[in-house]
Design a protein around this ligand. Structure first.
Ligand code: TNX
Length: 523
């Protein structure tokens, strides 16, 4: 009865709330092309059906759209097979043509992830060359519905979407976030929820920092003590934990269903204290260090002079690659302060051949830049300056970049002096700072096409709960997502903060914790 009463109150609240129709351009990340038609708003009728063709990927997106809408509307929303060349709406998903991934971002070339959204008085049609494009189109449609669409229980609302056409595709192919599950361990449900957050803002890569001094978080059959011993610690002395192979498969599968690619990181040769506790034979000198639960960096490393180390690397990366469908293996490479430069270079060169032998592309933090390297290598740049000659030189030698400037993209930086968790070594990163930089021109002496994309890392030395994760991600993750997706011509802080403000009620309805940043005009 108490539940019913609460539901009744909630319904009444929503009926009283002034209807705030979204404008067609009120989308984060900002779409490439928006053509509103105020005469063509569409209202979802209770008997609406979703039409979709035979392609299994498209049908999966239709099922996701139905699930998204059923919860708040209470409508049945059957998914019906489209018959004939022009299936009748009101909600239609169409997979059209072949994706032309090489074409420039024009209206008629939607590329691998673009979509077209047509809203008229009669219905809504999403057209794309790929299921990923349809999925991104659904995320846009979701934002154009009233905020109550985020409710997980039925609410009374008028389900109106603004009329017009959006034609949209991303600026960069790589748009990601990183979660450090090593400093503090986060279980599968928390990771799946982070994937939902990424998908909502059209981010398409989840980088999992799986190993560090304080914990090893993934089961490896050939070296079982890595997880059972190396996984049993975390910052602050908590119990830690690790993913079984099935856990990891579940994460990868859930991500794939949301068009998110998992990028696993095994941090080498430094940041390896947990591995050394589990297997002292990997340590220089061969003796086990004590487990580490503090927050210093740079003191540990696997012995680059020992053949056993390369057996370990090949076994671990082989097993991880077998579980990971995506093209990337991230080998870390940061802050190996105790390893002399030539030994470090030799180690990274050998590891990158192991990665290439597994048919994967190596990603490393930009500390690997000076090393000679195989074609296609990706560097993740986390500097705080506007120029980096060593990285620029690596780019001239063929490397490509993922940009994660610490003073703009790091989600573990505090928003302000009084932010209760987080770091400040790269400065304070408020929402404006997270938004006001241009990946295309941020680093000097780089050709624009060297930039593969952007990523927002979240290190978790001070992050212990799901609410902590969300508090640091929202609203900075949407800011980063817009830099990765939207054409530079749409970049405008004043407009962005208005659009962002409209997401506060959505996050509240979805139960997402966020920082009510003072520079955003929340309703
Ligand atoms: C530097 S950024 C690190 C991490 C820390 C982080 C804290 C990078 C590649 N390494 O080990 O967690 O600073 O902000």
């Amino acid at each position: 009865a108490a539940d019913l009463a609460r539901t009744a109150v909630r319904r009444a609240d929503h009926l009283l709330a002034a209807p705030a129709p979204a404008r067609l351009g009120d989308v984060v990340p900002a779409p490439a092309h928006v053509t509103p038609d105020p005469t063509a708003d569409f209202t979802l009728p209770p008997d609406a059906a979703i039409r979709v063709g035979a392609d299994p990927g498209a049908r999966a997106v239709a099922a996701q759209l139905a699930a998204l809408l059923r919860a708040p509307t209470g409508y049945p929303l059957p998914v019906a097979a489209a018959t004939g060349p022009a299936p009748a709406g009101p909600l239609t998903l169409t997979l059209s043509g072949t994706p032309d991934t090489a074409a420039p971002a024009t209206d008629d070339a939607l590329g691998a992830e673009g979509y077209r959204l047509d809203i008229t008085g009669d219905g809504v049609r999403i057209t794309a060359g790929t299921p990923a494009g349809l999925f991104h189109g659904v995320q846009t449609l979701r934002q154009l519905l009233p905020p109550q669409v985020e409710s997980t229980t039925p609410v009374a609302a008028r389900w109106v979407v603004p009329g017009g056409t959006i034609v949209d595709r991303p600026r960069y192919a790589y748009r990601g976030a990183m979660l450090d599950v090593a400093r503090h361990f986060f279980g599968v449900p928390d990771v799946l929820r982070v994937i939902d957050h990424l998908a909502r803002y059209k981010l398409n890569h989840l980088h999992l920092h799986l190993t560090d001094d304080q914990g090893w978080r993934i089961a490896v059959d050939s070296w079982p003590r890595l997880a059972t011993v190396g996984g049993a610690t975390e910052v602050g002395g908590g119990p830690g934990g690790h993913y079984t192979r099935d856990d990891y498969r579940r994460i990868v599968g859930y991500a794939a269903a949301r068009h998110v690619t998992v990028v696993p990181e095994i941090d080498l040769p430094g940041h390896t204290n947990a591995a050394l506790v589990a297997y002292p034979e990997l340590a220089p000198g061969g003796s086990a260090p004590p487990p580490y639960t503090g927050t210093d960096v740079g003191f540990s490393y696997v012995d680059p002079a020992s053949e056993r180390t390369y057996d370990f690397v090949a076994d671990v990366l082989g097993e991880i690659a077998a579980l990971t469908p995506g093209p990337y293996l991230h080998i870390g490479g940061d802050e190996a302060f105790k390893v002399p430069a030539d030994a470090y270079a030799g180690f990274v060169e050998r590891v990158q051949r192991i990665v290439a032998g597994l048919g994967r592309t190596m990603v490393g933090w930009h500390q690997v830049a000076p090393v000679t390297h195989l074609p296609g290598r990706v560097l993740q740049w986390w500097g705080t300056k506007r120029d980096d000659p060593v990285t620029a030189d690596a780019v001239r030698r063929g490397a490509r970049l993922i940009l994660s400037p610490g003073n703009h993209a790091y989600l573990d930086m505090k928003y302000a002096e009084d932010t209760p968790i987080g770091h400040d070594w790269a400065g304070l990163v408020d929402v404006r700072r997270a938004y006001d930089w241009d990946p295309g021109s941020h680093l000097a002496d780089l050709p624009a096409d060297a930039v593969l994309g952007v990523e927002a890392p979240l290190w978790t030395e001070s992050v212990t709960t799901r609410a902590d994760i969300e508090f640091l991600m929202f609203p900075r993750l949407p800011a980063l997502a817009e830099l990765g997706w939207s054409p530079r011509a749409t970049h405008d802080w004043a407009a962005f903060r208005e659009r962002l403000a409209g997401h506060g009620p959505r996050w509240e309805a979805a139960g997402i914790t966020y920082h009510r940043a003072p520079e955003v005009p929340w309703p």
